[in-house]
Design a protein around this ligand. Structure first.
Ligand SMILES: [Zn+2]
Length: 76
């Protein structure tokens, strides 16, 4: 799974990562933001021929940090 980096200029992706390449045809996929599941934003990589082939959660590490913070606060 690849990684998105969030910087001062917005979200960017590392072109060396494989998540944007379709595993079936090797073609470049189109990133489509999705926030429909209520768990925050996801980036779906959609191949024009083969459909969605990977979903990236650019904020997973932030939620994990948030969870750890909450555990520390209320956990004991
Ligand atoms: Zn494809």
């Amino acid at each position: 799974m690849g990684r998105l980096s969030i910087g001062p200029e917005g979200a960017s992706h590392d072109p060396d990562e494989g998540y944007r390449t379709c595993s079936e045809c090797g073609g470049d996929c189109i990133p489509e933001p999705s926030g429909a599941d209520g768990m925050g934003i996801r980036i779906m990589w959609v191949c024009p021929q083969h459909g969605i082939h990977s979903v990236v959660d650019p904020f997973a590490h932030l939620r994990e940090q948030d969870r750890l913070d909450r555990e520390r606060e209320y956990g004991e």
